[in-house]
Design a protein. Structure first.
Ligand SMILES: Nc1nc2c(ncn2[C@@H]2O[C@H](COP(=O)(O)OP(=O)(O)O)[C@@H](O)[C@H]2O)c(=O)[nH]1
Ligand SMILES: [Mg+2]
Length: 220
């Protein structure tokens, strides 16, 4: 179905401050947006459902985590027969205007992941450190050179999604996808993107994130 060739999957949890801008900008570069509401308690869903844009909102009432939301979005994108599935965060840290660059880069890869590590602007220290450590450990585990393991701005060729589907529900799902892709010998490329951290608060909880990552490292 060529109408839904390029699909964006945007998981969100209480993002009413920025999600309207994210989906409005994203809609310029994709055929369809699948927004996955992971039990938000604010007005995010209401706000985007009123926009006159090609958006499907899915999800259920409870907060299950980013991995669970990604999985739901992936299943929908597969069902709709899309060619590209692009994931981006709902807090404007991933500039939608780079989507054409991701698509261009996909000529040589099955998965293209945003790489914030060359960017001059700064990540908060703890996020930079955790990213360096997890990227290093995942590189060791997979034998790939993983430049930015935690970036959620990614392009997937939809045909490979069923083979890398995540079994974890939290943020660790994004690390698991890299491990699953390495087992499938898929080609992973990286695209330099800016690092954007404003006033938004990270929803990542360090303890859960570390436990989740260790599970991926040792049990996948
Ligand atoms: N589905 C889902 N998405 C979440 C959850 N927590 C955060 N997100 C989304 O995941 C993205 C990244 O989260 P964020 O807190 O910005 O992490 P950071 O910027 O990497 O520190 C944002 O688009 C959030 O809306 C959650 O519990 N469920
Ligand atoms: Mg963020």
């Amino acid at each position: 179905m060529l109408n839904n060739k390029i699909v964006a999957v945007i998981p969100f949890f209480n993002e009413e401050e920025r999600i309207v801008e994210v989906v409005t900008k994203t809609a310029k570069y994709v055929d369809l947006i699948i927004a996955v509401d992971d039990g938000s308690m604010d007005k995010s869903s209401d706000m985007i459902s009123q926009l006159n844009l090609p958006i499907i909102i899915i999800g259920n009432g409870i907060n299950e985590g980013k991995g669970s939301a990604l999985k739901k979005g992936f299943m929908k994108s597969i069902e709709l027969n899309s060619f590209f599935t692009i994931t981006l965060d709902a807090d404007l840290q991933h500039p939608p205007e780079l989507i054409p660059q991701f698509i261009n880069e996909s000529k040589n890869f099955d998965i293209v992941i945003g790489n914030r590590r060359k960017s001059k602007s700064d990540m908060p220290t703890h996020r930079r450190l955790s990213n360096q450590i997890t990227s290093f450990l995942l590189s060791k585990k997979t034998d790939y050179k993983i430049l930015d393991s935690q970036c959620g701005y990614r392009l997937y060729k939809t045909e490979i999604l069923k083979n890398i589907m995540t079994s974890f529900n939290g943020f660790e799902a994004e690390s698991e996808i890299i491990v699953n892709a390495s087992y499938q010998k898929l080609k992973i490329g990286f695209l330099t993107i800016p690092t954007i951290y404003g006033t938004e608060k990270s929803k990542m909880r360090p303890f859960n994130a570390i436990i989740g990552f260790l599970k991926v490292l040792f049990f996948r």
